[in-house]
Design a protein around this ligand. Structure first.
Ligand code: URA
Length: 443
């Protein structure tokens, strides 16, 4: 059975992969059984080659969503997706490599201060990142606010920068885990994105293919996160830590709160500005807390559990590494960042305490202002976004500014304000503080 027309000859199996029958694999998963290693490897390989049809893979994905997968199945599926493409290796670098992955949130600029901070300790940090889609911003979009900065590096440039500077944030090559790319597009249109084994293998196949020795995951839960529910986020974190461990990549995860935007800046250029404040030893307390917590985890995995990361932020070492990292990618760390042509500040109508600021509507509003994109090929407006002036727990008086919308087109402000309807609240009492880092998940 040949599933798709292609200029390439379509074969049933790649080298070293024994042929199986797609219908048997689907039936096994449909009936709650575990698919054998060989059959699972074949299914992914044959789907990537276009031999297993989209309809068959969709049925399999739905069976996984309904019946789950064993730990061994998830490991084998991830390995098969890694084997579908290029796998990088930093073995010749002469220093340990450690990477961080966040499941994404509103105002999440942590990679920017984190990579240079960790690199100060002689560890290589290859942050292969993506662009944003929808309400969560992309790390590369934020950095592209810096005049001259380029995300595109060849593998040789990536290696040279890791050796000389230690930190690299650049675009991930398209050759990593092509099976995931195809499967993710199918899941998107078949209601199967939410299956935890599929999310975990999708994320981890790309991260492991990037060739890092160890990995720290920032798995977010709450209104602005991919996983709204904390129990589901915990299950995702556990599954990803198991995959990393079973694949020989030392992996830990932090479960972190994304009900409120991180920091005070949501957008691109303003998030770079806030990251630089953190690197200068200041910045909002939550951004500093999460940067330090993730840096400690990364350095512990790299063999430095006692590294004084706070000192490296305060004494300028992390800032020096940032400046070197930006310059190495043709950026000017001293150049003025793009500024918005129009702003609109919203003020409090009552006196009291800020009791809530929901991450999702603020993320959607920033996106509508032009900070994010609706389609992969759209450009972003680097100056667009939202600056918060207060956070939950802060005291506020009527007439004081709550937040400022930033953009080039004032006509976008109305749609942004529609998204923000009911997104913040002010009450007579300060809310109970909520921990930012809820749990640490290890094997
Ligand atoms: N991000 C990914 O890379 N894959 C998923 O399945 C979900 C989020």
């Amino acid at each position: 059975m040949t599933a798709s027309a292609s200029a390439e000859p379509v074969t049933g199996h790649g080298p070293g992969v024994e042929p199986h029958d797609a219908v048997d694999v689907i039936r096994t998963k449909r009936d709650g059984g575990a698919v054998s290693d060989g059959a699972l490897r074949w299914m992914i390989d044959a789907y990537t080659r276009g031999y297993v049809a989209d309809a068959q893979m969709a049925a399999f994905a739905m069976a996984v969503l309904l019946n789950g997968m064993t730990r061994e199945e998830v490991r084998v599926m991830t390995a098969a997706m890694i084997a579908s493409g290029e796998r990088m290796s930093f073995a010749g670098l002469g220093k340990p490599t450690v990477d961080k992955h966040s499941t994404g949130g509103v105002g999440d600029k942590i990679t920017l201060p984190l990579a240079p901070l960790v690199a100060c300790f002689g560890v290589a940090v290859p942050q292969l990142s993506g662009r944003g889609l929808g309400h969560t911003g992309g790390t590369l979009d934020k950095l592209e606010s810096i005049p001259g900065w380029t995300a595109a590096l060849t593998n040789d440039e990536l290696f040279a920068q890791l050796r000389e500077v230690g930190a690299v944030i650049c675009a991930a090559g398209s050759g990593l885990a092509p099976a995931d790319k195809k499967l993710y597009a199918l899941r998107d249109v078949t209601g199967t994105v939410e299956a935890i084994p599929l999310i975990a293998s999708s994320i981890m196949s790309k991260k492991i293919a990037e060739g890092t020795d160890s990995l720290v995951l920032d798995v977010k839960f709450g209104s602005g996160a991919f996983m709204k529910d904390v129990d589901k986020a915990r299950e995702l974190a556990r599954t990803m830590v198991e995959i990393g461990t079973d694949s020989g990549v030392a992996t830990t995860a932090l479960l972190t709160d994304m009900n409120t935007p991180l920091g005070l800046a949501i957008g691109n250029a303003n998030e770079v500005r806030e990251s630089v404040e953190v690197l200068a030893g200041g910045g909002p307390a939550d951004v500093v807390e999460l940067t330090l917590a993730l840096a400690r985890e990364m350095l512990a995995l790299a063999g430095q559990p006692d590294a004084d990361v706070e000192a490296a932020l305060k004494d300028g070492r992390a800032m020096d590494a940032w400046r070197e990292m930006i310059r190495a990618q043709d950026g000017d760390p001293d150049a003025a960042l793009p500024a918005p042509r129009e702003t609109h500040t919203v003020t409090a109508t009552e006196t009291g305490f800020v009791t809530g600021m929901e991450a999702l509507p603020f993320g959607i509003a920033a996106w509508r202002l032009g900070a994010g994109r609706a389609r992969a090929e759209d450009p972003v407006m680097h100056a667009a976004g939202i600056d918060l002036h207060v956070k939950p727990g802060d005291a506020i008086s009527a007439g004081q500014p709550l937040f400022t919308l930033l953009g080039h087109d004032a006509h976008r402000f109305e749609r942004a304000m529609d998204a923000l309807e009911g997104a913040w609240s002010i009450g007579p009492d300060a809310p109970d503080p909520r921990p930012l880092v809820l749990e640490r998940i290890t094997e």
